[in-house]
Design a protein around this ligand. Structure first.
Ligand code: 6GU
Length: 225
């Protein structure tokens, strides 16, 4: 998989990919991440990428031309399965969207800033608009990093067997059950007996039950459909 991320502050995005699981995925050539600075695609000598809104109002709007130049150049080099715009008015990200995107080959992610992009960018290029939740970030970069993380960890080979994504919370619309490691007693708090029993069927049943109870208590909305 190849992900091209277009941004006015690509530096804001780089550190999540320099450590841990994401870095290993890149080193294993399971994914390639390419950063593009929109200012490199301006024609004006001021390197202008935003301008005032037609109709008035506070906040600058990202201009169509530099974004067109950047996306068109990328699309002339290879085919893209999706051109995603990260925006608070997009479809709210969930596990099902990440699962689908993890199966794609090449993806462009466009990070919005200021008030957002000229509507014609969305009309001309964007195939999917994604938000990471109902709150406002100062730009799409952190949202793009979140989206990349959720996708990349699903690519086969990125996680080891012991951390298989198949047992993640949300994969079956349930939260995870409580988990424990050594010691079996800590400050009078004991690990539930069943987990020490060695009886796998009982353990699995207990985990299913706990996952369901936790989901009922905390996120009943997940059980609705
Ligand atoms: Cl994708 N962008 C911005 N700016 N804010 C957000 C968001 C995206 N998702 C949630 N809040």
């Amino acid at each position: 998989m190849r992900i091209d991320i277009i941004s006015v502050v690509p530096d804001l995005l780089k550190s999540p990919f320099e450590a841990s699981i994401l870095r290993r995925a890149i080193e294993k050539n399971l994914v390639e991440i390419c950063f593009h600075n929109l200012r490199d695609y301006t024609t004006s000598s001021y390197k202008q990428i935003d301008d005032y809104q037609y109709g008035g109002g506070a906040g600058m709007v990202m201009m169509v031309e530099p974004i067109d130049k950047c996306i068109s150049k990328l699309q002339s080099e290879r085919n893209y399965d999706e051109v995603i715009y990260l925006t608070p008015d997009g479809e709210v990200l969930n596990q099902s969207i990440s699962n689908q995107l993890s199966l794609k080959g090449n993806i462009i992610m466009l990070c919005g800033h200021y008030k957002g992009v000229d509507q014609r960018v969305r009309d001309l290029f964007i195939t999917k608009e994604i938000s990471i939740g109902d709150y406002v970030l100062s730009g799409g970069e952190l949202a793009a990093a979140v989206l990349c993380d959720s996708i990349i960890r699903l690519i086969p080979g990125v996680l080891g067997n012991e951390t298989s994504a198949l047992t993640d919370a949300f994969q079956d619309n349930l939260l995870s059950p409580p988990i424990y490691t050594r010691p079996s007693t800590y400050k009078n708090l004991k690990v539930p007996e069943v987990l020490l029993s060695g009886h796998q069927k009982k353990i699995d049943d207990w985990r299913d039950e706990q996952a369901l109870q936790r989901t009922k208590d905390r996120r009943p909305d997940l059980l609705e459909d």
